[in-house]
Structure formats: structure tokens, C-alpha cells
Design a protein. Structure first.
Length: 403
């Protein structure tokens, strides 16, 4: 009998997209996932980080999480969950001992001993070993030094990640050599294609690591953090991606999970497409063209499609701004909701178009994007890189305090 392992990641339970709750999207994904696990007799379910969207999940998000786990129990499927950069290790680990009685292994943050990462699953006369490595925070992999530069810090983070995974491989070789081996991880691997919805794993994502740090012991590396499904450096080092689109930059992505099957020491993998409950769509052009496209739009999605509108006109016009606002508020097309809208005028000063857009566009900008736009208004600035690095340091520290 073979052992089947399912690689998922980045559920982001509790996620909102431009103030639209995605709880129903997740509910539909969970229903599909439960059926898939049952129909394919999956033995182990992996979730490689970012279980929740916020470090302090809402009551609704917690309820949805536990409801899914409850429905998993009759399926006799082992579950291995790791924390991501969005997760609070304390929140994930709080029910750890209780969940372990239900064959649910949780590793919210880096444990005191490497051995606590390892899960061995045995079925009949076969076994698979899983190293459940969570998101590794700065304090887990390096010691700060007074007076260090930004570049020093980035290099130390890379070195710390490399050493950590070397220790993971060493523990495997000393205790499980010869058994099929899967490493989980939640980080940014260099060369991966990112979307707008991933929070920087380290400062500015500059601490991205080469895929070689995972070593040559693992049969498969099950990564999380990047929402676009893709391999990194090798077909068996993969991001499976998020199960639903988390931003408009993911509107064209085919979401998937990866099914691994181990039989007599050999591994095969199969990428499985996830059915989408709604589309993210873009309407772009002049105000009149956009209005016509929206009025002609039809959909068969079970949930309302969400739309981004970008109106492009040559000359600044107050009537264009008013027309887009009216379109955003009054459009009543079945199965469609406009959640993001802006105007771009060709003859406006660079960067000003974003500030002249309608709705809540300033709140939609990431802090670093907003800071960069402010710097654009300082044409003679000589220390832009230093200011950006200082800003990133501040944002990273704020993120660590949140978690």
C-alpha cells in the first residue's frame, strides 16, 4: 500500500479582499478538499504556513478552522500544520497537545529542539518522515549586533536559514536515513514569482534564499508563502500556492494542490486544479468603454465576481472622476461587484494619478509603496536607498511586535 501526502499552504483563513470577506470562498474550498481527501484516500495533509490571515484571528476565522478539523477526523487523515509569517506561534500552539491526540500535529514556531519538527507517518510496512519547519523569525536564526548595517543583517538572515536547514538534514540522516523525506518550509526562495498579496517575509524580501539550502536529502520540499503555484530550482521543490486568489495580481493564476504518492521508496507527484468559486476581473479603458464592458458582463460563478476598474483618459477631468464614482456606486450587474477603482490621466505629474483615484485607494497601497511615492516628490534626494532601508527596518520591527 502506498502513502499519499497532500501539499497545501497559505489558507489565510479570515482574509478580506478590499473589505469583502472571503469566508464563503474558504468554506467552498474546504468542502472540495474534504471530498478530495476522502475520494483519494489521502493519508497525510500538509499545510505549509499562513493558516490564518492575521496574527490575532477573528472569532469567525477560529470557528471556521475548528469546523474543518472536526470534519477531518472521520477521514483518518494525519494533519501537519506549520505557522507562517502571518500566524502567531502562540495562537497556533495553544491547542497543540489536545490536537495531537486527534492526529493533528501543529508547529506554530521554531521549537527549542530540532527533533520536535519531525513527524514520522507509518502505514503497513512503509514510513515517510516529515520535517515540519515553520516560518523562521529573525530571533530564531540570528543574534542582532549593535551597529550592524542593513546589508549585514540580510546576509546574517540568509546564513541563519542555511544553517537551520543543514541542522534539519543532519537530524534526518542521524535518525531516519533511508526513509522517504519531506521538508516543509515557509519562506521566500529566490527566483519565485510573487503577487501583491504576500507580506514581505524579511525586509523587502531581500533575504530570499537559494533553493540549494534545502540540501539533497529530501524527496520533496513543500513550500508556503508564495501564492502562485510554481517550482523553484527543481521539480520537487514547490510552492503549491494559496487555494483562492488573495489579490487582483492573482486573477489569472490556476490554483492547485499537489498530491504526492510514495510506493516502495519511489515518489510521484500530481498537481490538482482547485475549482474557483469566483473570478477576479479587470475592466480597463476609457470611462465609456469600461461602462460598456461592465454592462455586457455575464458570469456563471457561484459567488459574485469581484472587479477592479482602471479608467484611462488623456486629460484631467472632474467629470471623469465623478463618472467613475457613480459607476462604482450604482453598477447593478448580476454576479459582479466593483471593489477597486481608479483613474489614470496621461498628462498628470508622475505619481499624482494614484492620489487622484476614487474610493479608498490610499488605504489599498502597501506602506512601502506609499513611502516610495512620497520620495518621488524629492527630485534631488541623494540617500533614497538609505531611507528605504530605514523604513523597511521600522516596518519589520512593527510586524514582529504584532506577532
Amino acid at each position: 500500500m502506498s502513502i499519499k501526502i497532500l501539499h497545501t499552504s497559505d489558507w489565510h483563513i479570515g482574509k478580506e479582499l478590499h473589505k469583502i470577506e472571503l469566508a464563503e470562498d474558504m468554506s467552498r474550498f474546504f468542502t472540495w478538499l474534504l471530498d478530495f481527501i476522502h475520494d483519494n484516500q489521502v493519508d497525510v495533509l500538509l499545510m505549509s504556513g499562513d493558516l490564518f490571515d492575521q496574527a490575532a484571528p477573528t472569532q469567525l476565522a477560529m470557528k471556521q478552522y475548528y469546523a474543518f478539523l472536526e470534519k477531518m477526523i472521520p477521514l483518518n487523515c494525519r494533519i501537519v500544520l506549520t505557522g507562517g509569517n502571518h500566524d502567531s506561534p502562540a495562537v497556533l500552539n495553544a491547542p497543540k497537545d489536545l490536537l495531537q491526540l486527534l492526529k493533528i500535529d501543529v508547529v506554530g514556531g521554531a521549537p527549542e529542539h530540532i527533533s520536535e519538527l519531525f513527524v514520522e507517518y507509518t502505514k503497513d510496512d512503509q514510513s515517510v518522515v516529515i520535517a515540519a519547519v515553520p516560518f523562521l523569525r529573525d530571533r530564531d536564526i540570528r543574534k542582532s549586533v549593535a551597529g550592524e548595517t542593513y546589508n549585514d543583517k540580510i546576509e546574517q538572515i540568509r546564513d541563519g536559514l542555511k544553517v537551520y536547514f543543514e541542522n534539519v538534514n543532519t537530524h534526518y540522516k542521524e535518525n531516519f536515513a533511508g526513509l522517504p523525506f519531506v521538508i516543509m518550509g515557509h519562506l521566500f526562495a529566490q527566483g519565485a514569482s510573487v503577487s501583491d498579496s504576500e507580506r514581505d517575509i524579511q525586509v523587502g524580501n531581500q533575504a530570499g534564499v537559494d533553493s540549494s539550502i534545502f540540501g539533497d536529502q529530501a524527496n520533496y520540499v513543500a513550500l508556503g508563502h508564495i501564492h502562485k503555484p510554481q517550482e523553484v530550482g527543481h521539480p520537487n521543490i514547490r510552492y503549491c500556492g494559496s487555494p483562492i486568489p488573495m489579490s487582483f495580481s492573482e486573477k489569472s493564476d490556476q490554483k492547485e494542490i499537489v498530491l504526492l504518492e510514495f510506493d516502495a521508496g519511489k515518489m510521484t507527484q500530481k498537481r490538482v486544479h482547485i475549482p474557483m468559486s469566483r473570478k477576479l476581473v479587470l475592466f480597463e479603458g476609457t470611462l465609456e468603454k469600461v461602462r460598456a464592458k461592465i454592462q455586457a458582463y455575464t458570469t456563471v460563478s457561484p459567488l459574485p465576481d469581484l472587479a477592479e476598474v482602471i479608467v484611462k483618459e488623456k486629460a484631467y477631468s472632474l467629470s471623469t472622476l465623478e463618472g467613475l464614482e457613480q459607476l462604482r456606486l450604482e453598477t447593478n450587474v448580476p454576479g459582479l461587484k466593483i471593489v477597486k477603482a481608479k483613474v489614470e490621466f496621461e498628462d498628470m505629474q508622475k505619481g499624482l494619478s494614484t492620489l487622484l483615484s476614487t474610493g479608498t485607494l490610499l488605504s489599498e497601497l502597501e506602506p512601502e509603496e506609499l513611502f516610495k511615492k512620497r520620495l518621488e516628490f524629492e527630485p534631488n534626494l541623494e540617500n533614497e536607498d538609505e531611507l528605504l532601508n530605514a523604513f523597511r527596518e521600522i516596518m519589520e520591527q512593527l510586524g514582529q511586535n504584532e506577532n
